[in-house]
Design a protein around this ligand. Structure first.
Ligand code: PMP
Length: 358
């Protein structure tokens, strides 16, 4: 990359690589943890007839959506901040809470966007090695001088720390006057209560969420943070120095409608969890090593062939999953949970592959 007009920053950064979005007819797409069901029918109603409104700028503070989220969470709208996907909320955290002379800590095996943001914003970082079985080292994460962040459940493992561990970390971080960011992109699919239940006690705790997975709205790009108003002020200040209107008016209307439909959310979430357990059981019976999952995906290592070989064989048969080359996880596949029918197909295709490879 040596086009002379680019800054050193633009030339030097290593951008995040999202999962592919190929348009292949009949593809079973299980590579980006999307929801297999459509969003709540209320979303379509909320969007109907909205085109004339697009003449006007949207609410710069997404007030309507913040109120809907606050109602659902039993919080005040001042404890809610909204962004263009939780990716944007997480990005804003770096200039809002971290310093260039204090490394932020996150797990070595985690959502790889954290590393990309840290580099973009010039924040040093320390990757805390995993414990055996890919467990997050909660003590290690809060052993430094600076901020700490982790997804809980973690990605790509799907493992979830208990709320008590999150509380210990929040307390340790508060002791030294630093934040703890808990990325709850997958919390709806796990058994542990949200870290948001600790917000009353810890004003240094920020919890981020997304509507991409549990509300089936990956295409809408809506995420949010929950935290003390003083903490959120940091995010507002950075946002208003960059983009006053990160959420468009259609996104605000559609997301507010989805958030209000709690019954639909619960029904589809329960279906995904039930299918996940069915699928995990199917993999275990076929000799895979499968981590227990608290998310809408499983992280699994086949017993009968290598990870790359299975990835390629599935792909050749129209099933797309996710895999990374990093040594410790190269034999694993991360497989998103689709419909029951899709997961039955995946299991029978695995049987075919296994039969043809022996
Ligand atoms: N956090 C984690 C752990 C994720 O896996 C993802 C999805 N790639 C996100 C945050 C971002 O989600 P979104 O930007 O769609 O809200």
């Amino acid at each position: 990359m040596d086009f002379p007009y680019l800054s050193r920053l633009a030339r030097g950064i290593e951008p995040y690589v999202p999962g592919e979005q190929p348009k292949v007819p009949g593809l079973i797409k299980l590579n980006t943890n999307e929801n297999p069901y459509p969003p709540s029918p209320r979303v379509e109603e909320a969007l109907r007839g909205k085109a004339p409104q697009l003449r006007l700028y949207p609410q710069s503070d997404a007030r309507t959506l913040r109120e809907a989220i606050a109602r659902r969470e039993g919080l005040a709208p001042e404890q809610v901040f909204c962004g263009n996907g939780s990716d944007e909320v997480l990005a804003l955290c770096f200039p809002a809470f971290f310093e260039p002379d204090e490394p932020v800590r996150f797990p070595a095996l985690t959502y790889s966007f954290y590393r990309v943001y840290a580099r973009l914003f010039g924040i040093p970082f320390e990757e805390v090695p995993m414990l055996p079985g890919f467990a997050v080292d909660e003590g290690g994460l809060v052993a430094g001088r600076g901020g700490a962040m982790l997804p809980n459940p973690n990605a790509p493992t799907g493992l979830q720390l208990p709320l008590s561990a999150i509380e210990h970390m929040a307390a340790a971080q508060r002791e030294k006057g630093r934040v703890l960011i808990v990325d709850e992109a997958y919390v709806a699919f796990g058994g542990e209560p949200s870290a948001a239940t600790l917000l009353e006690k810890y004003d240094n705790l920020l919890v981020t969420r997304t509507l991409s997975k549990d509300h089936a709205l990956a295409g809408l790009r809506v995420g949010y943070a929950l935290g003390a108003p003083g903490l959120l002020e940091g995010l507002v200040r950075v946002k208003d120095s960059f983009n006053s209107y990160p959420l468009d008016s259609l996104a605000i209307a559609a997301a507010s409608a989805a958030i209000a439909d709690e019954a639909y959310f619960q029904k589809t979430r329960d279906q995904v969890v039930e299918t996940r357990e069915f699928f995990r059981d199917g993999l275990l019976r076929r000799g895979f090593a499968v981590l227990p999952s608290s998310a809408n995906f499983v992280f699994a290592r086949p017993g009968f062939c290598g990870g790359k070989a299975l990835f390629d064989a599935l792909r050749a048969r129209g099933i797309l999953v996710r895999r990374w080359d990093a040594k410790e996880i190269a034999e694993y596949l991360r497989i998103s949970i689709g419909t029951r029918e899709e997961m039955e197909t995946v299991l029978s295709v695995i049987d075919e592959i296994r039969a043809s490879s022996v």
